[in-house]
Design a protein around this ligand. Structure first.
Ligand code: PRP
Ligand code: ZN
Length: 285
């Protein structure tokens, strides 16, 4: 029987969230993550723990069938793979950063500068587009220390919280690309593997849906129901139950979490009371 080989990052920004996603899909692993690969006990998948930089190539060559990694890396490596799904975690940007005391007036700053990066392809594309002649110093890790040791004048690197730049006396000046985790897949999967992949994607979408949405319960006077439904447009055909108190009802529905936070004051002034917002474990549309 065939199984789907999934490559995830061995250790780094994405590894924990990648594993958690698979676990929330109900996939159980017997071994720890210190091994090179592990089989799931209850789903036909095998997990390979690899360097994220290598995942695009391995998926192209079908050493792994699919991979979870940052879109930034997928675009940099430019391999023959398909992006199957955005995953909504590990948001970051690829940015240019300079020494914090330097003046910056625009990308022309980088003319005749040396820039250290692990993203030479994306960076040279940016320089070409902006007509900038700079020297790209390709290094594979710890890019942020390059200006401090005299290897480069600036860096082009992944920024998430910004703390790596800050602790190295650097300042982000231009964003080249925004990115988050994605699933990539080999383009020539067998029918059997495609079928496993479809089952997995179905589960992943259910987990994603649950993460983005909340179950909401609130009490309101019957006369406010229409207005409340207008305030939360995502709320499709809510369940409305009468309360013991005459003229009042309880309203249950699903809302996008951000929508709820934006509208809470309006809800209250429309007469909503006792609002409960509850996490959803899985959501199947
Ligand atoms: C990136 C980048 C920094 C760090 C920035 O590494 O190279 O080291 O994240 O994050 P911060 O803004 O929150 O401090 P990443 O794990 O993406 O790449 P790697 O695989 O090259 O270590
Ligand atoms: Zn890496």
């Amino acid at each position: 029987m065939s199984e789907l080989k999934i490559a995830i990052q061995k250790s780094g920004r994405l590894s924990e969230n990648s594993l958690r996603l698979l676990e929330e899909c109900g996939i159980k692993f017997s071994n720890g993550t210190s091994v090179l690969k592990t089989r799931a006990a209850n789903f036909p998948v095998e997990i390979l723990f690899l360097r994220d930089d290598d995942i695009p190539q391995y998926v192209e060559q079908q050493v792994a069938d699919i991979g979870i990694l940052g879109e930034n890396m997928v675009l940099e490596k430019n391999k023959e793979v398909a992006i199957l799904e955005q995953l909504g975690f590990a948001q970051c940007r690829l940015s240019l950063a300079i020494r914090k005391e330097e003046n910056y007036r625009g990308p022309e700053y980088f003319n005749n500068k040396r820039v250290a990066t692990s993203y030479p392809r994306l960076l040279s594309g940016f320089f070409k587009k902006n007509n900038i002649k700079a020297e790209i110093e390709e290094i594979s890790g710890s890019v942020e220390i390059a200006p401090g040791i005299g290897l480069a004048d600036a860096v082009c690197d992944i920024v998430s919280s910004g703390s790596t730049l800050m602790t190295n006396g650097l300042r982000e000046v231009t964003t080249i690309l925004r990115s988050e985790a994605v699933i990539i897949g080999n383009k020539k999967l067998s029918e059997e593997k495609k079928e496993i992949l479809d089952r997995l994607l179905f589960r992943i979408r259910a987990v994603k849906g649950a993460r983005e949405n909340k179950y909401i319960l609130l009490n309101a006077p019957e006369s406010s129901i229409q207005e409340i439904c207008r305030i939360l447009p995502g709320m499709k055909s809510p369940t409305i139950l009468p309360l013991a108190e005459k003229g009042w009802c309880s309203l249950h529905s699903v809302v996008k979490e951000d929508e709820f936070w934006e509208r809470i004051a309006q809800l209250k002034s429309a007469g909503a009371e006792g609002i409960l917002v509850i996490p959803i474990e899985k959501m199947i549309k």
